[in-house]
Design a protein around this ligand. Structure first.
Ligand code: PRX
Length: 574
């Protein structure tokens, strides 16, 4: 095993020293940014790295499941993101307009992201497995002006475009000779003349950069609005928490449709000048290990669901591969159980470092990092520069005794904090209490200051590290002709932690059957996404409701988890 290579800033100091003397200006200085100057993530992740003498360093090794592969140097990132930027500008897209990226993990997604940011437009990445309904809701909410997509996803865009009069351009990256329709335009990265020089738009610290959609309990998904200054947090957390060093080969499993895939699958590593690898394919243990072996991956950022899947495959398959370059492992998205940490020590000779954060935080906020002893099962401690607490659920005051559960809360003001929810001021305001930002999760803090995750505070379902809101599923269920009422709740699952379970009452004339169950599941998969598809549907005669008629998902959820339901005094009929 190679040795952990901890950067000087961390080796020199204890956690307490680091935290006491911390100032985000450390990152500003290292990135060469002076407050008041222009700051642009697209430029920072490409041009700046070239200016530092790393133009020829490999930025991205890309491959897909069929074995196609491509390689890009930092100078290629610079020039190709310029090329995208010029194309987008020539279409008339203005700074501040939203441009959606709706693609699998192809190189155009990564280069497109940087290119869009270089124009001053806002990048709106959406998971390519989204169905037309999920896509429509998010494009309507953001009033998106253009979408960049692949031929294979074009049918979903075509299905909804009449409902999106402001979607002026549908950019297809692999159109080839296919016939394009109104508003559609082809952009072939390989054939478009490379743009050596592009006047990067001088975005400022507070200019909008990325719009990521996250799920809430009620209402449609919320667009978390980030700004270019977020790179200050993403750069430093990638360096300190993921321990990125100049010679690292880094692999982040996440799709840029989710925040991990942009904060730590694009901005964090590339602002550090780190070489990264991308595998555009789903889970396959053998393939993953072979990929890591061949690319000599050194730092790996993954998720508990993936780790649990790997655990199921056992350590035998690990032994068949030379993973001796792997020196640092981290995880995000769901609680990382102690068994997974212990297994990783056995399988790879290294423990996974749990990291906690959210779409809204933009960067890792509570975490284990090199030099800190790991307590398996704990999320670690607040990143320096992050003031965290657990609050009493009634008074919203910090709990000072160790071991008492409360609401995870952060003092606003770190660079990558969400600046608002798009077109949803009330939803954003509701996230703050008593001067704290509430994460919507519960935890306790032990006597050493380590955080222990307890669970979510709301009805949002965490399936395989992805949040799914019950409201969106229930709305889509109601579109099915047989469904009268519905409630979507989490159900425990050994691999995905939670999956969606739907309780459904049927309209008169419909009878429960296996065929109907399958039909409803497929309806959700196509309209929303495979993640949102209920893994089980239970047909019931009625749903538990409050006296005012609101469905109480908590009751159904508790049954699934075999937990006590608690106070039922407000529920009408049980
Ligand atoms: O519930 C927490 C869970 O994921 C939520 C954030 O989800 P999202 O905004 O989609 O971002 C996911 C990737 C950053 C949190 O509110 N979560 C995230 N990390 C952890 C976690 N739960 C327990 N332990 C973690 N390390």
């Amino acid at each position: 095993m190679s040795n952990p290579a901890v950067c000087e800033e961390l080796t020199a100091k204890s956690y307490e020293e680091l935290t006491a003397n911390f100032d985000w200006s450390i990152a500003e200085r290292q990135l060469g940014y002076q407050p008041g100057e222009a700051i642009n993530i697209g430029w920072m992740c490409s041009d700046r790295i070239c200016h530092l003498g790393m133009a020829d360093k490999v930025a991205l090794y890309w491959e897909d499941f069929q074995g196609n592969h491509q390689q890009f140097r930092f100078d290629d990132l610079r020039v190709l993101s310029n090329t995208v930027a010029q194309f987008v500008c020539d279409l008339g897209i203005q700074p501040g307009e939203r441009v959606c990226l709706f693609m699998d993990r192809v190189p155009e997604l990564y280069l497109g992201f940087l290119g869009i940011l270089k124009t001053g437009a806002v990048a709106q990445p959406l998971f390519s497995a989204f169905g037309d309904e999920s896509l429509l809701v998010r494009l309507q909410n953001a009033n998106t002006s253009a979408i960049v997509t692949q031929k294979k996803h074009l049918h979903k865009v075509r299905k909804i475009r009449e409902q999106l009069p402001n979607l002026r351009h549908i950019i297809v990256v692999d159109a080839g000779d296919s016939a394009l329709q109104a508003r559609e335009v082809s952009f072939d990265m390989k054939r478009t003349p490379r743009v050596e020089d592009f006047a990067v738009y001088p975005t400022m610290a507070e200019s909008a950069s990325v719009l990521h959609y996250t799920s809430g309990t009620t209402g449609q998904p919320k667009g978390a609005q980030h700004v270019h200054y977020s790179i200050i947090s993403q750069y430093l957390t990638a360096k300190w928490v993921l321990d990125l060093q100049p010679d690292d080969i880094y692999w982040c499993n996440a799709d840029p449709g989710w925040v991990t895939g942009t904060s730590y699958g694009i901005i964090g590593p590339w602002s550090n000048g780190t070489t990264q690898v991308v595998l555009d394919s789903g889970f396959n243990a053998e393939r993953w290990y072979e990929f890591m072996e061949r690319h000599r991956v050194t730092v790996w950022y993954s998720a508990p669901t993936a780790i649990r899947l790997l655990m199921k495959e056992g350590t035998e398959v690990v032994r068949r591969h030379d993973l001796s370059n792997l020196r640092y492992l981290a995880s995000v998205g769901e609680p990382l159980n102690a068994e997974a940490v212990i297994w990783s020590q056995e399988a790879f000779g290294k423990m996974f470092h749990d990291t906690f954060w959210q779409t809204e935080t933009g960067c890792i906020v509570i975490t284990n990092f090199p030099g800190m002893p790991i307590k398996p099962g704990s999320m670690g401690r607040p990143f320096p520069g992050i003031t965290a607490a657990v609050l009493n659920t009634k008074t919203y005051e910090p709990i000072t005794e160790p071991g008492i559960a409360g609401l995870i809360a952060l003092r606003p003001g770190w660079p990558s904090q969400v600046r608002g929810y798009w077109d949803n001021e009330a939803g954003f305001k509701a996230k703050f209490k008593n001067g704290w930002y509430l994460c919507g999760d519960r935890a306790s803090i032990d006597g050493d200051g380590y955080y222990w995750f307890m669970g979510r505070d709301d009805d949002v379902i965490n399936t395989g590290g992805h949040l799914v809101g019950p409201f969106e599923i229930e709305s889509a269920l109601l579109e099915h002709p047989a469904v009268y009422e519905s409630a979507a709740v989490a159900k425990p699952d050994p691999v995905n932690m939670e999956v969606v379970k739907a309780f459904v009452t049927l309209k008169r004339g419909y009878e429960p059957s296996d065929d109907l169950e399958l039909e409803i599941m497929n309806h959700i998969r196509k309209r929303l996404s495979p993640l949102a598809m209920p893994q089980a549907i239970e047909f019931v005669d009625s749903l538990p409701k409050t006296r005012s008629g609101k469905i109480v998902r908590r009751v159904l959820r508790c049954k699934e988890f075999n937990e006590p339901v608690g106070d039922l005094s407000t529920i009408m009929d049980d």
